[in-house]
Ligand binder design. Structure first.
Ligand SMILES: *Cc1c(COP(=O)(O)O)cnc(C)c1O
Length: 357
């Protein structure tokens, strides 16, 4: 019996218009220069000046007391969960949440927590849906410990939770004695689209993190923030899971660079996503979900070509995207995709669809 999971199905021909994910953007020359010049120390001992600077900057950016540098967003989610949940605790999240669908059942395997998926359109659940999921406090019931939201909601179409919804959900969770956690993988896409500051957007959330390898274009790293006490406890898990990084400042420098130079420009990615959506919507048989940020989801049912096949065929012409479900593709705009490449992608997809199933 084999326990080895298969690799991601990305072993397709290389592409020059890469709409697979914003995770695939490459560090720019200026970012690499910032990395080369980084002052470094020993992060595990708390003495890497560049990591310390990044954490201070991020605590400010997110309006929290303290922050911690980690290799990935998945590790931020897992450490937030394991620090705050005991075995048997329940987490309430949208049924399409990354923590439920894409982290190897980490909440169950590492923290012993169960995630209950809530329904709702566009990757978001309403306050009423949350309220309906509240259990009586009894010996039978799982202790409900955490409410989690994803900003932007990835599988929901890169949608942006409205601030008043976020706050209403957080207030309700806190009244019920639960903690609130925000998966902010693409938080800055949300804040740029909504035109509000990150600190304001995440104020209701006890713990929150931002990924630097999505639209911000850094090679690795994510920062988890919360109260000083939470970060203190989270450090034990970072250490235990092998997430402490020695001269990690070389990577933190890329994150600082991206905060200074790559946040405002996310608006360009959003404009490119709208351009792509308009182009795809004109292809017979394709139905596009109107994008709010940099993710464009589209249904291929009407073309008779499933998303896997469409992607395989467009890749032969140098245009690749990702497949969310058999008939639902996802195209993601980012730093390494220009408006001209969007036009090219639309032309290639149109031509492939015209060839028929
Ligand atoms: C990418 C992503 C993650 C995981 O981040 P990694 O840095 O790839 O580990 C978590 N949540 C959401 C919503 C994501 O899109």
């Amino acid at each position: 019996m084999s326990f080895a999971p298969p690799p991601m199905p990305t072993g397709l021909p290389p592409v020059h218009v890469n709409l697979y994910s914003d995770t695939q953007s490459k560090p720019t020359a200026a970012m690499k220069a910032a990395m080369m010049e980084a002052e470094v120390g020993d992060e595990q001992a708390g003495t890497d000046p560049t990591i310390n600077a990044l954490c201070d900057k991020m605590a400010d950016f997110l309006g929290k007391e303290a922050a911690m540098f980690l290799p990935s967003g998945t590790m931020c989610n897992q450490i937030a969960i394991i620090t705050q949940c005991r075995p048997g605790d329940e987490i309430l999240a949208h049924e399409t949440a990354h923590i439920l669908t894409s982290e190897g059942s980490g909440a169950a395997a590492l923290a012993g927590a169960q995630i209950t998926g809530l329904r709702g359109p566009r990757g978001q659940f309403s306050l009423d849906t949350l309220r309906a999921a509240i259990r009586s406090k009894s010996r039978h019931s799982p202790p409900q410990r955490m409410v989690e939201v994803e900003q932007t909601a990835n599988s929901g179409g890169g949608t942006v939770w409205a601030l008043d919804e976020l706050n209403a959900i957080a207030d309700f969770a806190h009244e019920r004695g639960m903690v609130t956690h925000m998966d902010g993988a693409r938080l800055t896409n949300a804040t740029v689209a909504a035109g509000i500051t990150p600190a304001e957007m995440v104020a209701g959330y006890d713990t929150v993190w931002l990924d630097f390898t999505k639209g911000l274009g850094a090679p690795l790293g994510a920062v988890l923030a919360g109260s000083r006490e939470f970060i203190g406890q989270a450090w034990r898990w970072k250490q235990r899971m092998g997430g402490a990084m020695r001269q990690g400042g070389i990577c933190a420098a890329a994150c600082i660079y991206s905060l200074d130079h790559h946040v405002a420009r996310l608006a360009e990615d959003h404009a490119n996503a709208r351009l792509l959506a308009r182009g795809l919507a004109q292809i017979p048989g394709i139905i596009v979900e109107s994008p709010e940020t940099n993710l464009v989801f589209f249904d291929t049912t009407g073309t008779g070509i499933d998303a896997w096949t469409l992607n395989e065929r467009t890749r032969k012409h140098g245009v690749g995207f990702s497949v969310n479900m058999t008939w639902r593709g996802r195209a993601c705009t980012h730093l390494d995709v220009s408006a001209a490449q969007i036009e090219e992608a639309v032309a290639v997809i149109r031509a492939v669809v015209a060839e028929g199933p």
